[in-house]
Write a protein that binds this ligand. Structure first.
Ligand SMILES: Cc1cc2nc3c(=O)[nH]c(=O)nc-3n(C[C@H](O)[C@H](O)[C@H](O)COP(=O)(O)OP(=O)(O)OC[C@H]3O[C@@H](n4cnc5c(N)ncnc54)[C@H](O)[C@@H]3O)c2cc1C
Length: 414
């Protein structure tokens, strides 16, 4: 019997993980990615979790020393650059590009197709067909929507489900290790650094470098800076390019106006420790991503299943976007490994639903302080006005444990 065929829409980490995991259980898989060019240059640092490393090993990718940078100390710097708290941690920081290459390279030629933008889906009792923007069509037994937070697949079945802006953006910046001034490098480069400007959260840590290298001297320093940003005025202004065109709630980094970039660098110097402000100011192009929550009430529609950010987006404090995409893909592959497809998909949805919702709830809880900053001061609760650095660190260091709890709970419910 010919192997069953899966069409995976979206060639980022979620789509690639689904492709490998489905191939491992005997499916013939083709990935269709909208971008015409390879995605290698995208992405920045990502946190890893033991669950992600296990799934990478399952598809034959050994997560060895070369894939991540271990960080074992967390420091908190005040506005003057003084370390007011130092504690142990155990974190491995990897990069989006490193994982992408490891997953993309082993796929057989022809099974990853660039420049294929899904337009819509047709399905009947026998098969499912992806119709692309160029008019071409592909038919299979299963279609996996791994096409991210603005999913075309989800839009067709759940047009009313939209990402919900959380009230803040993450400014992101990355500087090559050799561009970090030596004195600052010696003091903070190998540490996970926190700054807590009033109402904001600033994190910085080492990640694999430009070519995904982890050797000393070839790494990079990654900054994520959460800043409350009013959706009616400040966000549209940030998203307006030099010609006056507003790009909605996100703008391609090269189109960010020079005065916006200059202003955020000046704000870094005013609000965060001078060591990290200097690194931020030296990065050629900081960019920002609005933070969203997204929760799909269903993830299976006949022969179509959503995975990764297309199904649920939890705020990045949970640090689990890639791990969630991996767990979704593994659950799907296990569910459709053999037997009745419809029954397998129903089983998959029953497990994925509480897991996704659980992570979204966790992200909301961890980001509540930041979301609350848009409220008038007199309407904020005590916890929304003041926060304790120990609580922030505790939540941060408990990420893997929290993920495990949500996973265990969802298995019980599913
Ligand atoms: C500030 C921030 C920090 C983050 N930090 C972390 C972290 O530390 N750790 C972590 O694990 N995760 C993190 N994430 C999340 C992580 O990047 C994603 O959750 C993860 O990559 C899974 O995404 P995905 O593959 O499902 O979707 P995406 O990565 O969004 O990919 C979707 C793909 O589908 C393609 N596509 C879209 N529409 C179509 C179409 N119509 N036809 C064909 N292709 C299409 C897109 O081009 C894209 O390649 C962070 C996110 C943010 C915003």
């Amino acid at each position: 019997m010919a192997p069953r065929r899966a069409l995976v829409i979206g060639g980022s980490l979620g789509g690639l993980l689904a492709a490998h995991l489905l191939r491992d259980v005997g499916w013939d898989v083709v990935v269709f990615e909208r971008n015409a060019e390879d995605l290698t240059g995208r992405g920045a640092g990502i946190s890893t979790h033991p669950q992600l490393i296990d799934i990478l090993r399952r598809v034959g990718i050994d997560f060895d020393e070369s894939m991540g940078i271990k960080v074992d100390v967390v420091i908190c710097l005040d506005r003057t650059g003084h370390t007011y708290l130092e504690t142990d941690t155990a974190r491995t920081m990897s990069s989006w590009g490193r994982l992408y290459r490891s997953l993309r390279d082993p796929l057989p030629p022809g099974s990853y197709r660039l420049g294929m933008s899904l337009a819509n889906i047709e399905q009947d009792a026998e098969s499912v067909t992806a119709v692309f923007a160029d008019g071409s069509r592909a038919t299979g037994d299963l279609l996996v929507g791994a096409d991210g937070v603005r999913s075309t697949v989800r839009e067709q079945f759940l047009p009313d489900v939209q990402p919900d802006y959380a009230g803040y953006v993450a400014w992101r910046a990355m500087l090559d290790e050799h561009d970090v001034p030596p004195a600052i490098h010696a003091e903070i480069f190998e540490r996970y650094t926190f700054c807590l400007p009033d109402g904001e959260l600033f994190l910085a840590y080492p990640v694999p470098g430009r070519n995904n290298e982890t050797q000393a001297g070839r790494r990079a320093y990654n900054i994520v800076w959460y800043r409350p940003t009013d959706p009616d005025k400040a966000l549209p202004d940030l998203c307006t390019d030099a010609t006056g065109r507003c790009h909605g709630s996100a703008i391609p980094p090269p189109l960010i106006r020079p005065e916006v970039t200059a202003a955020i660098k000046a704000t870094a110097r005013a609000l965060v420790a001078p060591q990290v402000a200097e690194i931020f100011a030296r990065t050629p192009q900081p960019f920002f991503q609005p933070i969203f929550d997204l929760e799909s009430p269903r993830t299976v529609f006949g022969r179509v299943a959503l995975v990764g950010d297309a199904a649920f987006v939890a705020r990045p404090h949970v640090g689990a976007g890639v791990t969630k995409a991996a767990l979704d893909a593994a659950g799907l592959a296990d569910a459709v490994a053999s037997g009745d497809l419809a029954a397998g998909l129903a089983r998959h949805q029953a497990k994925q639903q509480p897991f996704g919702s659980g992570l979204v709830a966790l992200g909301r809880q961890e980001g509540a302080y930041l979301s609350a900053q848009l409220k008038p001061r007199e309407q904020r609760s005590e916890a929304e006005l003041h926060r304790d650095i120990k609580d922030v660190l505790h939540a941060h260091n408990s990420r893997s444990e929290n993920l495990r709890k949500v996973l265990t709970e969802s298995c019980r419910l599913g």
